[in-house]
Write a protein that binds this ligand. Sequence first.
Ligand code: SF4
Length: 426
Amino acid sequence: MTTEVGGHGQAGPLILTDKEKLMSVRPLTPETYYRMPWNLADNAITWLEPTTKCNMFCEGCYRDKDSGRHRPLADVIAELENIKRLRKTDGISIAGGEPLLYPQIVDLVRYVASQGWKPIIITNGSLLTPEIIKELKNAGLVAFTVHVDSHQKRPGWPDKSEKELNELRLKIATMIHEAGECQIATAFNATIYRDTLQDIPLLTRFAQQHQDLIHTMVYILFRTAKRPAHLESYVGGQVVDLSALVYHLDYLQDYEDVTAQEVVDKMREVDPDFEPCAFLNSNEDPRVTKWLISTSVGEKDKVLGYLDGKFSEIIQSFHHLLYGTYMAYTRPCLLNKPHILFPLAIFSQGLRRVFGKWLFNPTLWGKRLYLQNFTIIQPVDILEDGRIGMCDGCPDAMFYQGRLIWKCRLDELLKFGRFIQCAPRS
Ligand code: SF4
């Protein structure tokens, strides 16, 4: 069996045999990446849910489909005050539910911006129009993260493949670019299932062909509430039934979790040079990459090179020095001008390589270059001995009953009052 791929810098398609594909697998080397300094008290982003109403019913969603309600704006602002007390943060991810259904979304974005935070909207994109994008831009919005994937069964796009959905992604990215007048960054995220792992090459290639429009691509690896058969689930010493959880899908109990390594292997089928530069580890294993991040510099449709951990370290350190916070999102005005970062090539070998390519290729001098990120998120892993591997320094923590919690496990608190623990059956 062979696979046809087109890596950057290659004249034409490259055919890899199964044997070559196996030989091309390079294990992740977190010891060479920069460990993001994000932690519970000082993080790049924080999660906020002003509403639980939604107009879609995505398979991988972690919120109850029947509990939809909008919260009063005053409550949401009070929550932001609590977040300010507990955690330094650069951005606020306004999510839900579908935040564009929230009646005071523009006021909320304006309030977040007025506090010196970057407002980011996490949306399914179905309600985006040029008018609302303009209004949100004027209120101070910095970025949209738009969730599109083939398991959503999107109205108007049911049963479409990831490849067919690229048409929708392009339409949304173009609308944000034009109506946002290049001041709003665009990220796409897609939940990746075992059956869509094969689509990683075409999604990666699509994003790399539109670096002028797509600033970040996020792959979230699907997880369902399940545990190895020899483990039991407990809350307060009592056995609990996982099927009560919204993220328990009965028909997926034999599902084999996709790992970040598998996604990277697939990305390297498109681009053998693909290399991450930063990560967040599991709280249970320093070598398991829960957030795996790459940053590249490229022309509109061609990657010039991938940056290294030193680059991420400089950006995070300088941002913290200048603004007192770590950074995850920024406006396209910086992402579309990586030239201004070239002096940092003194410290960063990755940037030096890109700078060298640019310097010795005069056809690039007049061209616009772009920074682009890929992030692979590998959520909850239940380990053989019952420990639960979470993202160490969770950037998507949310405020709930006086503390910051993992937003991906809120349903356990709602259903059982506490987080579930697993242990071998006695
Ligand atoms: S711990 Fe859960 S909520 Fe936090 S970043 Fe990881 S997957 Fe997201």
